[in-house]
Write a protein of this length. Structure first.
Length: 105
């Protein structure tokens, strides 16, 4: 097995809650930040960005409100990564466009 280590730029290290596990502090990301981090790492390299790759993420989008997604989208202001911008734009188009968004936010 091989391991890959990633680091987070200080500007993106936010929106975490401190929880304790056996008296040790553990930083737990809020849902919108966890989603951003997952997508950022998942599409960091040469993973194709298209409808199929987005649908194959196996994310239950019905459990992420429009407001939570907008919070995820807001993290783009802290990075210049065009790939994550393309990913979030595609997710917005597929799942959160007005015609597709049926949940009450």
């Amino acid at each position: 097995y091989s391991f890959r280590y990633y680091s987070v730029v200080p500007e993106l290290f936010k929106d975490y809650e401190i929880k304790y596990f056996y008296n040790a502090p553990v930083l737990t990301a809020k849902k919108s930040k966890a989603l951003f981090d997952y997508l950022y790492i998942r599409f960091l390299r040469n993973t194709p960005i298209n409808n199929e790759s987005i649908k194959n993420l196996r994310i239950n989008w019905e459990n992420i409100t429009k407001n939570e997604f907008l919070k995820t989208y807001s993290y783009l202001s802290y990075t210049k990564n065009k790939r994550i911008e393309k990913v979030l734009d595609l997710i917005k188009q597929i799942y959160y466009a007005p015609k597709n968004f049926k949940r009450n936010c």
